[in-house]
Write a protein of this length. Sequence first.
Length: 58
Amino acid sequence: MLSGKKQEKENKKVVEGQFDMFNYKLAEIAHEIDKINLNELTPIDALNTLVKIKEKMK
């Protein structure tokens, strides 16, 4: 069993790792959104794009 301070460091590493993965996902999605030309998007294309983005967030 880990001591209190060692356990805190281990927990912090896990949280930081999860946060880094979350930031990576957000950056990837932001890049994908930047590439979308909203003026050429049909309503069904917009819905399909939102579904894809929602799936990536999981």
